[in-house]
Design a protein around this ligand. Structure first.
Ligand code: MN
Length: 281
């Protein structure tokens, strides 16, 4: 099964390459390994509608048709992600990753570091993922990534968080990350937070979206739900604005179909992906 928005038939022709990582090995919970296929399945519902006469027609995202040539290459093993991303970026194509638990982002960042001397990350998450006392799991992604000299944490942002250990907040502040907790986004508005991010980041930006950044009432299919999250529209509006920056890669991670209700979260992730793809510059 391919993502519904695939619009070219070979890696050669692609400008953006979508791949899944069917892994939840660095999570305390099983389920996110099923996300890439579940999101692909959900995408088909948004793609075409049929009329009473039986004619099928393509449904575009709100942001309009997807202009970038997108190719869905299938799933990649987690321990191959670094090399795969390095290869895609070497071919001047945009890597688009569907997790998997959030630790697959670290592998993607390592791949990007081979091609980019200097880049930022905009990190949407209910958690800070800055645990340094334990490493190499879904809660230590940013502290593990801080060891990459190409990734400039002081030029990066954490958006929508509301659960963290004391050591994580200390470390985030020490690394001079731009910190916008969920309640602050609500207070300031999407437009204001976007301008804060834009002022902070380097030219090259990686976008990482942990779907648990959304309120679990609206996206229940996650491993580690935390109340008082973003609304889907807040996330989508901000992500669409970020898509206009010079993105060097993006991911949507931590969808857990095993914990979902009526496929709400997989459907949300699929639609979010479409809106971002349609907004890419
Ligand atoms: Mn995370």
């Amino acid at each position: 099964m391919k993502i519904a928005w695939q619009n070219c038939s070979s890696l050669n022709d692609a400008e953006a390459v979508l791949f899944g990582v069917a892994s939840s090995e660095e999570s305390l919970y099983a389920g996110s390994e099923k996300a890439p296929q579940a999101i692909r399945a959900a995408s088909l519902k948004y793609y075409s509608g049929s009329t009473l006469t039986g004619k099928r027609f393509v449904l575009h995202p709100e942001s309009g048709p997807i202009k970038k040539k997108l190719y869905d290459i299938g799933n990649v093993f987690k321990d191959e992600v670094t090399e795969f991303v390095a290869r895609i970026v070497g071919l001047h194509k945009l890597p688009v990753m569907l997790g998997g638990d959030h630790s697959c982002t670290l592998n993607a960042l390592k791949g990007l570091a081979s091609a980019h001397k200097r880049f930022s990350i905009v990190y949407f998450d209910a958690h800070l993922d800055m645990v340094a006392s334990e490493g190499s799991f879904y809660g230590s992604v940013l502290s593990d990534a801080s060891k990459l000299k190409q990734l400039k944490l002081s030029k990066s942002a954490c958006i929508g968080f509301r659960a963290f250990r004391e050591e994580e907040l200390k470390s985030a502040k020490k690394n001079r990350l731009l910190l916008v907790p969920a309640s602050k986004l609500e207070e300031l508005s999407v437009a204001k937070v976007f301008s804060m991010i834009k002022e902070r980041v380097c030219k090259n930006v990686y976008l990482s979206i942990d779907i648990d950044v959304i309120d679990p009432a609206l996206a229940p299919g996650v491993s580690d739900p935390v109340a008082f999250g973003l609304t889907p529209l807040q996330l989508c509006s901000l992500a669409k604005k970020l898509a206009k920056l010079k993105l060097i890669g993006l991911d949507i991670v931590e969808v857990n179909p095993k914990r979902d209700k009526n496929d709400l979260t997989t459907a949300l992730a699929a639609k979010l992906l479409a809106e971002i793809l349609a907004s890419l510059k």
